[in-house]
Ligand binder design. Sequence first.
Ligand code: SAM
Length: 282
Amino acid sequence: MSKTKERIRDSQLRYKQNLGQNFLYDEDLLAALVACSGVTQEDDVLEIGPGSGSMTKHLCAAAHHVLSVELDERLIPLLQAFMHDKPNFTLVQGDVMQLNLPEVTASLRKPLSVVANIPYYITTPLITLLLTCGLPMKRLALMVQKEVADKILSKPGDDGWGMLAVRCQYFCEPELGMDVPAHLFTPPPKVDSAFVLLPVRETPAVAVKCEEDFFRVAGAAFALRRKTMTNNLCATFRMSREEAVGLMSQAGLDEKVRGEKLTLEELARLADAYTAFREGRA
Ligand code: SAM
């Protein structure tokens, strides 16, 4: 049994399912994940949910500095004891969804890397938060459910193509790091997982006049599946059919195309047409 697993067992700590506590103890896997994340001695790392500290220890060996955010107060004394001899480690107790991440990571070198075996109950809001909170990031390397990884990597028209894929592919160039079977976690989750790599693009995948409008139009595209984009524009933006058909035509799109089929480039053209329309209406 690994030393970290023994320590958790000896502390008689019960894994909290509602906090997504599925820990990793396999040292070979942890070393492989940190190698796969691409973190080097130049990098400062934000880790979300260090748990027992098993991955944190490997990250501290690979990186310049590691700042870990852990919600579960019971784990704080264990982590402090386990990591006491690591001068390049900072522990913050709190809910990652409530913290001001740019402020919390103010002392870290930028752009930073985010590496984490994340709690699955906050997967989509957490990825959205990381990508939109203004944190200068080089890359994200995240353990997610296999099904979520498939969504992040999906292409227009695939079943998984939706807001998560659009957001991730707009800001990053996602790729599969490695598949991780459920039995390697303690306790094992119901489904297999995958470690996804999201190197952040220097500039977003498509240029748009207004980023907020781009995401609003993308939201409209997936609002009602199997409906045409024209119908979704009418429903989301309360515009007439004539106005919606006009925007589709300005974007060079067939008025009968379904929103879920649109590529990033097509969504960007439509978003620009919408921005011009909105500004004209104001
Ligand atoms: N990194 C450890 C590992 O790989 O063994 C633990 C990963 S476990 C999947 C997720 C961790 O995130 C747990 O330690 C859990 O307590 C913590 N956590 C859950 N919700 C959180 C939140 N909102 N903010 C910060 N940490 C959270």
